[in-house]
Design a protein around this ligand. Structure first.
Ligand code: NAD
Ligand code: WQD
Length: 341
């Protein structure tokens, strides 16, 4: 019989791509999302790509009664918990919203797992927990640093909640995946990233500038201690990232976890500067990106990329898509959104 996975935040950017990969790997999926930062169209896109009428429940994960009904209605033994608020800047202005949404949704799910005997959870963490590391690349042993934002703090606290919960209730198994910078879209261009308003993240800003929605991309800083002076990140393709969730669920359902709580870096292992990424985009798409250098963005770190050898070895997972392919997929998604041929 097929195993079912509950995907919270499954209408969102990473959740929708992960649902596609889970179905491709033979899992059934139930999506729960309150659509606070997504649209039902993403679920339709997932259904179109997979040909499966994936069940969708518009429910808030902080609503324990409603979530209890989901646990009773569907039989599942694994959860991937994406649902969270994720805008770093907004979290500084609205810390209580972030602490309430991100902490309460995880706590609600863990309480229900304990009470209803659900075993496995994958949690969306972030490389933000490392801050600016002294030694690069970062391994899972690199110490976490005190968070730069309430959002980042919720990721650290949620990791700790998960660790402490599985320790107290050893019937529960948890894996935290620390994503580096997810970019790109499904090759079908039926799902992708849907930023609200002016994009804060680099790639949506690049694609919107290329599409003519934004006049000029501001490159935040060219005086960092990096080869070309612009900041360096590890950009991970969203479909590669989605596959990492499938192998994490496989690991837990297959009884291969080494301990109740594990955490992995999910990146490419390669750092790219802002200017390099723009150049890659232009090469892959043949479209020029109007850009100018401006001052550094407050709160930005200089450089970070992952050591992925632990995930490669333990999960048998490795990023595969080239940056060029990924950027082309982001562009195809933007073109489809804007009706550009
Ligand atoms: P997203 O906003 O596209 O997806 C999150 C989804 O969760 C949205 O569809 C939103 O409507 C839903 N949601 C939020 N709160 C909810 C609640 N209380 N109940 C039900 N649904 C709720 O974001 P994403 O980029 O897909 O991120 C998914 C996860 O990965 C988040 O936990 C995020 O913090 C984490 N993450 C993202 C990045 C990134 O750069 N995109 C990097 C590291 C970690
Ligand atoms: C990437 C690089 C910018 C926009 C954020 C969160 C982090 C994680 C991922 C969730 C940086 C530069 C950007 C622009 C630019 N999210 N940039 N011009 O800041 O690495 O990480 O998203 O966990 O927590 O902080 O990603 O895409 O915003 O920026 O020059 O218009 O692009 O300065 O160097 P970031 P990003």
């Amino acid at each position: 019989m097929k195993e079912t996975v509950l995907v919270t935040g499954g209408a969102g950017y990473i959740g929708s791509h992960t649902t596609v990969e889970l179905i491709g790997a033979g899992y059934d999926v139930v999506i729960v999302d309150n659509l606070s930062n997504s649209e039902f169209g993403a679920v339709e896109g997932v259904r179109k790509i997979t040909g499966v009428e994936v069940p969708f429940e518009q429910v808030d994960c902080t609503d324990k009664e409603a979530m209890a009904r989901i646990f009773d209605k569907y039989k599942f033994n694994s959860i991937i918990h994406f649902a969270a608020s994720k805008a770093v800047g907004e979290s500084v202005d609205k810390p209580l919203l972030y602490y309430r949404n991100n902490l309460q949704s995880l706590i609600t799910i863990l309480e229900l797992m304990r009470d209803k005997g659900v075993r496995n959870i994958v949690f969306s963490s972030s490389c933000t927990v490392y801050g600016q590391p002294e030694v690069l690349p970062v391994t899972e042993q690199t110490p976490r640093q005190s968070a730069q934002s309430p959002y980042g703090n919720t990721k650290q606290i949620c990791e700790d909640i998960l660790r402490d919960t599985v320790h107290a209730y050893p019937a529960i198994y948890g894996i935290a995946l620390r994503y580096f910078n997810p970019i790109g879209a499904h090759p079908s261009a039926l799902i992708g990233e849907l930023p609200k308003g002016v994009p804060m993240n680099l790639v949506p800003f690049i694609t919107q500038t290329a599409a003519g929605l934004r006049e000029c991309l501001s490159v935040f800083g060219d005086d960092y201690d990096t080869p070309d002076g612009s900041a360096v990140r590890d950009y991970i393709d969203v479909t590669d990232l989605a596959r990492a969730h499938v192998v994490a669920v496989d690991r837990m359902t297959g009884g291969k976890s080494k301990g109740n709580y594990e955490f992995f870096n999910v990146g490419t292992g390669k750092g790219l500067s802002v200017l390099e990424l723009i150049a890659e985009f232009e090469k892959a798409t043949g479209v020029k990106v109007n850009h100018k250098i401006v001052g550094r963005r407050a709160g930005d770190i200089e450089k970070i990329w992952a050591d992925t050898s632990f995930a490669n070895r333990e999960l048998g997972w490795k990023a595969q898509r080239s940056t060029g392919e990924t950027l082309l997929s982001a562009w195809n998604w933007e073109k489809r959104l804007r009706g550009i041929k």
